[in-house]
Design a protein around this ligand. Structure first.
Ligand SMILES: CC(C)(COP(=O)(O)OP(=O)(O)OC[C@H]1O[C@@H](n2cnc3c(N)ncnc32)[C@H](O)[C@@H]1OP(=O)(O)O)[C@@H](O)C(=O)NCCC(=O)NCCS
Length: 196
């Protein structure tokens, strides 16, 4: 099902697990999108934005594409978002040990985000930290920017990036994971599915 450039990416991945995960996520994404574009999963092309965000390829003169999607993977989980409201971004993060939570909070969180906890070094700050982190990445991915912007400049409290408002939804995609979906417009409805 993979295109030649996707197969080339698989071939470039040296780690067998990374190869299997990339392939599995891409095939799942193609199957999911196939239902929306009404084409077999290997019969549509993807193209990439300036910072690597995949989107459906358009022919010259096509109407603006009304289908937006994004993908995130972490550990053995993948999260996909598909929508028609506006550009969408998703992120999942495995909640993992934080060696210097106070330093990480100072470096990556905005003042308003840091104020959510009186002391980031006290107690277990990980669920809160990764919830905020997932929101930041989801917003940056909705904007197509990826990690090309300092995370501290992404305001997940007001949901604003570069002066533009974002709709944000927190998710718990699995035990021990934090996740978020961000969109440039509030969707009329949200449906959630899970696959084993
Ligand atoms: C996008 C990015 C934040 C991903 O972070 P991550 O936590 O490691 O990975 P995630 O699993 O959450 O997301 C990866 C997926 O996001 C999508 N993606 C890639 N770049 C993206 C971007 N700029 N915006 C939104 N989504 C992007 C892809 O589908 C990718 O998965 P795939 O390559 O297996 O299809 C990070 O790779 C990044 O900052 N990329 C931008 C790099 C850049 O600026 N390059 C410029 C030169 S091309």
């Amino acid at each position: 099902m993979l295109s030649p450039d996707e197969q080339a990416r698989v071939a470039r991945l040296v780690n067998a697990e990374a190869r299997a995960r990339f392939r599995a996520a891409r095939i799942a994404m193609r199957r999911l999108l196939a239902g929306y574009v009404q084409l077999p999963p290997d019969q549509f092309a993807l193209e990439y934005g300036k910072h690597g965000k995949p989107r459906l390829a358009r022919e010259k003169g096509d109407a603006p594409q009304p289908l937006f999607f994004n993908l995130s993977h972490s550990g053995g989980l993948a999260l996909f978002a598909v929508g028609g409201a506006g550009e969408v971004g998703v992120d999942i993060e495995r909640i993992r040990p934080l060696r210097y939570p106070a330093d990480l909070a100072r470096e990556h969180l905005s003042a308003a985000e840091r104020a959510l906890r009186p002391d980031w070094a006290a107690g277990d700050a990980r669920p809160e930290f990764f919830r905020i982190w997932a929101r930041k990445e989801a917003m940056l991915k909705a904007a197509g920017l990826g990690l090309s912007r300092p995370l501290a400049r992404v305001d997940t409290i007001r949901g604003v990036l570069d002066g533009r408002p974002y709709w944000i939804l927190d998710l718990v995609p699995g035990e021990g994971f934090a996740g978020a979906v961000a969109c440039t417009r509030a969707p009329a409805a949200v449906r959630r599915w899970g696959w084993p």
